[in-house]
Design a protein around this ligand. Structure first.
Ligand code: NAI
Ligand code: MG
Length: 487
């Protein structure tokens, strides 16, 4: 059934049409700042996902998509970047309501999303191959062809940013996409699908199928007609979807989060370091795959750093995303309870709650899912709060005495996504950067404001494959070698 725009109802986007779910099913999306219902969203069934994949398959081979020049593909993506910028305020407000994040964070996310389309628009006509010298009588060349239908399953923490991160390079490479947003925050991913249509992308090039993980997500990951899968989320679900894709020999990009350390030496600019450390854990209420959720601090500055962090945490205003606070709510009651559970575990393990460790007392916040900025001090490296991803505004603080110990602590994790190093000593910084097992290392900075240009991905259980930057294209292309013998 094709539906028209109704306030409060969000349809699936399949083959260029806004459609209800095949069984009419819906689910409700909540504003985590208030607990109020934000929208009712069509809940994609297995059959809907199947249809979306078929539509993406047809679009992949179509004249309207496969038949246009790479330059024209680039122009369509530039148009998407512009449309996102034109609608920035509307998209930011929606992202803030859907996820709960502070408005200025949502605004930054929307700009980063536009930047992804711009960055990959510019590369659409520069995806080149090589010629390989075989000697007289031979011409050998390689071509990077689109890998095909890209399935993308994204989380709720940065929907428009992570949506754009996967969709833009896939489209630039000439792929078509079926995007499955997270059930907790699907709104701006749906807007991306609409924007694609208003910008003139052919029907089926970008399909958006919100739904439940075990139903729509599993149907997508196991569909025999996808050619590639990009997943961002938990290790647990990543393992499941990788197995589903493996049955069809479908390659996967896995972005599974981490327990990323910020390593602060006594010789660092402490003001700068503390600002970086606080931002890395409290941004998005700690619900960030690359959150700096461990602080490794040289013992002689431990007290000084802790005092500054405590005063920062105490001064942060926690409140509804729309009021643009320093920190918004947690995405859901379930996630809030997970965080509370971890802080209890930490206390039982012997960590000391230096600040926070509870929901805020402000009664005006009682309907939302808020948690106070929390610092766990005296954490030992083997504790669960030092090892497991909490995905909330909770920093685990561990002291060290020398560089070798810092390197060992940094790597004593099943994860390896990002690390931050804070020191004025270039030798220390570079020798530690060389030893750290993580996909990105930052020195005297952290996160680089979106880092659209910088290859991003995990070592160890943080995942594999690289998104962002030119490296991302490797996932969305496949290489063909053509060997010619001539007389
Ligand atoms: P999740 O891994 O369950 O969800 C991520 C995506 O996978 C969502 O779109 C979801 O619908 C989908 N999904 C869930 N079950 C599926 C299945 N059986 N088959 C196919 N797709 C499925 O993450 P969740 O439950 O929202 O959060 C749990 C924990 O995961 C968090 O506490 C955090 O530690 C981690 N996480 C990490 C993220 C990252 O950015 N790396 C993002 C979100 C969560
Ligand atoms: Mg889950």
């Amino acid at each position: 059934m094709i539906v028209s725009t109704t306030a409060g109802f969000e349809a699936l986007i399949i083959d260029g049409q806004r459609v209800a779910a095949s069984d009419g099913g819906t689910f409700e999306v909540y504003d985590p700042s208030t607990g109020d219902v934000l929208a009712t969203v069509a809940k994609a069934t297995k059959a809907d996902v199947r249809r979306a994949v078929q539509s993406a398959r047809a679009a992949l081979e179509s004249k309207a998509w496969a038949g246009i020049t790479p330059a024209e593909r680039g122009r369509l993506l530039f148009r998407m970047a512009q449309a996102i910028r034109d609608r920035a305020e509307e998209l930011s407000t929606l992202e803030s309501r859907d996820n709960g994040k502070p408005l200025r964070q949502a605004r930054a996310d929307v700009q980063v999303a536009a930047r992804y389309f711009e960055f990959f628009a510019g590369i659409a006509d520069k995806i080149m191959g090589n010629t390989i010298p075989l000697g007289p009588g031979f011409l050998d060349y390689t071509i990077r062809e689109p890998i095909g239908v890209s399935a993308q399953i994204i989380p709720w923490n940065y929907p428009i940013q992570i949506g754009a991160r996967g969709v833009a390079p896939a489209l630039a490479a000439g792929c078509t996409v079926v995007l499955k947003p997270a059930e907790d925050a699907p709104m701006t991913a749906l807007r991306l699908g609409e924007i694609a249509l208003t910008c003139g992308l052919p029907p089926g090039v970008l399909n958006v199928v919100p739904g439940m993980g075990p139903e729509a997500g599993a149907a997508l990951a196991s569909d025999p007609d996808i050619n590639q899968l990009t997943f961002t989320g938990s290790v647990e679900v990543g393992t499941l979807v990788a197995k589903m894709a493996a049955v069809n020999i479908v390659p996967v990009v896995m972005e599974l989060g981490g327990k990323s350390p910020n390593i602060v030496f006594a010789d660092a600019d402490l003001e700068l370091a503390v600002q970086g450390v606080a931002n890395a854990i409290f941004q998005n209420a700690g619900q960030t795959c690359s959150a700096g959720s461990r602080l490794l601090v040289e013992r002689q500055v431990h007290d000084a750093v802790l005092a500054r962090l405590v005063s920062k945490a105490k001064s942060m205003r926690v409140g509804p995303g729309g009021s643009d606070p320093d920190m918004g709510p947690i995405i859901s009651k379930r996630q809030l309870e997970t965080i509370e559970g971890y802080v209890k575990i930490g206390a039982v393990e012997g960590a000391r709650i230096a600040v926070g460790g509870s929901r805020p007392e402000d009664p005006s916040l009682s309907r939302g899912f808020y948690y106070s900025p929390t610092l766990l001090d005296d954490v030992a490296p083997q504790m669960r709060v030092a090892q497991e991803e909490i995905f909330g505004p909770v920093l685990a603080i561990i002291s060290f005495d020398e560089l070798d110990e810092a390197a060992d602590l940094a790597n004593r994790s099943q994860y390896g996504l990002v690390a931050g190093i804070w020191t004025r000593d270039i030798n220390k910084a570079l020798s530690l950067a060389a030893r750290i097992k993580a996909g990105q290392v930052y020195i005297n900075t952290y996160g680089a404001g979106g880092g659209v240009e910088l290859p991003f991905g995990g070592y160890k259980k943080s995942g594999y494959g690289r998104e962002k930057g030119l490296e991302a294209l490797a996932s969305y292309t496949q290489l063909k070698n053509v060997c010619v013998k001539f007389a």
